[in-house]
Design a protein around this ligand. Structure first.
Ligand code: AKG
Ligand code: FE2
Length: 342
């Protein structure tokens, strides 16, 4: 066969994996194309940009995301105000069995990390807030379905967190529609799996830390869930690992969120989208605050790669799994307060 014939005969795979992890920066995606009133061409271009970013680095900065900036800023102020409360008051809200409340410094070690052998606990403290569970909900009291814990002396924390989570949920819904289309599925395909979404808002504080081997604000890890939508302050310190093992800085860009793919979306998409290791080291001489929002499926969602997404001859690599079972296994291994229970 001649060289030119050979070229002619090449069968391009429907989905290329060549670009996976091959990046040295994180693209900015203009999300205005996912707004309800966007025209179809603008939508198609946003979906294509998201698809390319999530296949390559699994990360993107989201501009024009539609969440009011004054609400984002108020949430950041409440994050700072919460962590300035007396320790006694924070400890009174210590994380409960439903994974809601205060996590003191150095109480989580990411032992399930596929990325690094993590030995030192994370240098961070946080308030974990999750979706509200109505008292009369049929699932109230089931694993991870219980009350949040907020400081009584600062009611604005609860008010702001609720308003923020509501807006971030709407953003998560818009993104899920775009991701479905990027995977060749109908826009509303994911909706059935997000009837009672599992939501986490983590108000994180990273004190300055020494530059020490194996010491991190957040040790190298991948996120568990579907997508993470992170607001970080202006300090910096987030880094994302590429295929060559280089840590690429993801510095703050005003008025954007950093979005990344979690493990369950990577599995769900049959590996099309990548869940990329990242870490935080706050080597600045200032306190760092960030607020990741994790937008995840219902606990009872059955996560299984849809046939409609698979190309000819392609098989699903994941075993179907109930999202709740998967999540509980990960949480039970990584958080000190749950280890006794598991
Ligand atoms: O604080 C950050 O910038 C990232 C936090 C993070 O990766 C996480 O909570 O999963
Ligand atoms: Fe993360």
């Amino acid at each position: 066969m001649t060289r030119s014939n050979k070229q002619y005969c090449i069968q391009y795979p429907q989905w290329s994996t060549a670009m996976k992890g091959e990046f040295d920066n994180i693209p900015i995606v203009n999300l205005s194309g996912l707004a309800a009133d966007a025209d179809p061409a603008e939508r198609a271009s946003t979906v294509a940009a998201l698809k390319s970013a999530l296949e390559t680095s699994g990360f993107a900065y989201l501009a024009n995301h539609g969440v009011p900036e004054d609400l984002v800023e108020r949430m950041r102020e409440m994050n700072v105000a919460f962590h300035q409360l007396p320790m006694e008051e924070k400890l009174a809200l210590k994380i409960n069995e439903f994974h809601r409340g205060y996590m003191p410094m150095s109480t989580s070690t990411i032992v399930t990390s596929s990325v690094a052998k993590v030995t030192k606990p994370n240098r961070s403290e946080s308030l974990m807030v999750m979706h509200e569970v109505p008292d009369d909900a049929a699932y109230a009291g089931e694993p991870l379905q219980g009350p949040n814990q907020f400081p009584e002396s600062l009611p604005e924390v609860a008010e702001t967190a609720r308003a923020y989570m509501a807006e971030m949920t709407k953003l998560g819904e818009r993104i899920a529609g775009g991701l479905a289309e990027a995977l060749g599925l109908p826009r509303d395909w994911f909706d059935q799996h997000f009837v009672e979404p599992t939501l986490f808002l983590r108000l994180l504080h990273y004190p300055e830390q020494p530059d020490e081997e194996q010491l991190f604000g957040s040790a190298p890890h991948t996120d568990y869930g579907f997508v993470t939508l992170l607001k970080q302050d202006d300090v910096g310190g987030l880094e994302v690992r590429n295929k060559h093992g280089e840590w690429i800085a993801a510095p703050p860009i005003p008025n954007t969120f950093v979005m990344n793919v979690g493990d369950i979306l990577a599995k769900w998409s049959n590996g099309r989208f990548v869940s990329t290791p990242h870490r935080v080291r706050n080597l600045s001489k200032r306190d760092r605050y960030s607020q990741p929002f994790f937008y995840d499926p219902s606990m009872r969602a059955l996560v299984a790669c849809p046939d409609a997404m698979l190309g000819v001859g392609e098989t699903a690599t994941m075993e179907p799994v109930l999202y709740g079972d998967y999540l509980l296994e990960r949480l039970n291994k990584n958080y000190d307060y749950r280890k006794k229970a598991s």
